[in-house]
Each structure stands twice: as structure tokens, then as C-alpha cells.
Write a protein that binds this ligand. Sequence first.
Ligand code: PAF
Length: 283
Amino acid sequence: MSLEAVTTIAEARDRVAEARRDGRAIGLVPTMGALHAGHGSLVRKAVQESDLAVVSIFVNPLQFGPKEDFQRYPRNLETDLACCRDWGAHLVFAPETAEMYPTVSLTTVEVARVSEGLCGAFRPGHFRGVATVVLKLFNIIQPDRAYFGEKDAQQLAVIRRMTADLNLNLAIVPVPTVREPDGLAMSSRNRYLNAEERQTAPVLYRALCLAQQRISEGVESAVAVKEEAVSILRSQPLIRVEYFEIVDANDMQPVANILMPVVALAAIWIGSTRLIDNLRCYG
Ligand code: PAF
């Protein structure tokens, strides 16, 4: 099946309805474009597991704060389409903002608690924007499965909770983070980094690995683990630490004593670029 790209909700619904009439399984990979190998692993998994693999490409204004990088967020539809073709996707849905939000949205989706700490504390309204657009995409495409990267651990927890709370009829499939050879998690924002910043960036992964190692050695105090990891990050003058936390994987609440599998998560700034990453840790 060759790749088709559509821009309207009506066309997307039409293609999906046709597939559904034929009993085909539909997979959705929601993206904001600027595709890289991390997206590639999501799309390839969707292609393996679905008869119609749909990639949405939409830079969602609702999830950016007023001082964030919405305007400069990288956009290149032609390159993205070429990636989707290479990875074997069947349909790209790439709407304009006016198609997704013809009027100001008076209805939004708020996933309390899971959204509130970590990135949610530093990006007010971000997860409201994510949950709202993802629910809209689910309603438009009505996939059997939707694929999300584990790199955005809090986003994944928010979407899982929304799906459970609202009885949405689909499976959320988590896909492991894809890393550069030096450990840096693939991200569309990595392209903002200059050479010196790019060289420094893998320290985020090293700090998370240290936390993972300490937890596997049996350290139970989250404060002790965090202090050691943060000191590695702070040793780099280019880095400003926004947060480093150890949380319960399901509700994203910080833990004081590490007595169960947890996730270590961090957000840092390198120059004007914000990077996030996380690792699952087992004691
Ligand atoms: O992870 C992203 O790229 C975005 O947050 C998503 C899920 C596509 C919603 O805009």
C-alpha cells in the first residue's frame, strides 16, 4: 500500500471508515512532525501491528505556553512524508491549525494529579493541551491502538489515565526510547543544540543511569539518589536543572522511599533548549 497524505478531518475519516468496513486494524502514531529515528520505531511498530498505520503530524498550539517554542518548532512536511514512506506508514493526517481548531476550544481535557508535578509544574496547561488534542485525534481516527514513546513518560501516564478514566476503546502501546550512540534520547529539540551543547547533553542520560544503578544496588532514599544525580548535572556549567525526581510509574507522584519499581525523570536546560529523559529503575 502506498502512502497517502490528507489534510482534512473529512478525508481522514473517510479513509479510516473504508479500512474499518474491510475489518482492517487501525494504528495511530500522533506526532508533531520533525520526525527522527525515535518516531521511526513508533511507526514501524504501528505498521507491524496494524493494517492501516496512520501518522498524524500537527504542531498543536494548545500545548505550548506563551513563551515557549511554538513559532520556532521545526516544520518540514516534505521530509516528514519521506520518512513516513520509508517506514511503511499508510496514511498521514497533517491538518492546518484552523482544521483542528476552527473556533476557540471551550472544551478541554484535564487529567488531574498525573499532570500536575514534574513537567506540568513548569509548563502550566501543557498536558491539558496534549490530552485535548490526543482525544480529538482519537475521535477523528478511532484507532484500535495508539503508539507513544516512553521518553515522554509523564505524557504517556496522562494519556493512559485519560484512556482508562474516559473508557476509550483502544490500546495505548508504549514504545522504548531510542538513543544516540552516546545515550542522548532522540528528540526533535536536539536539533536546536549547538556543537558544544550537543557534546554536553548526554550527561542527562549518565545522571539517570547513575540513579538507576544506585537504586539497583539497594539505595532506598530518593533524596540520596537525587542528590548524587543532580551533582553530576550541576558539574556541567552549560546545564540548568529544572527538576530531577523519582516517582511512581503509574501516577507520577514522587516517592521518598524506593520500595517498588520507580521512574527517575529529569528536565534540564542547555542554553535555550529544554531536554527531558527518564529511566525505569528496579531495586
Ligand atoms: O509527543 C508529541 O509529539 C505530542 O505531545 C503529541 C502526543 C503528538 C500531541 O501533540
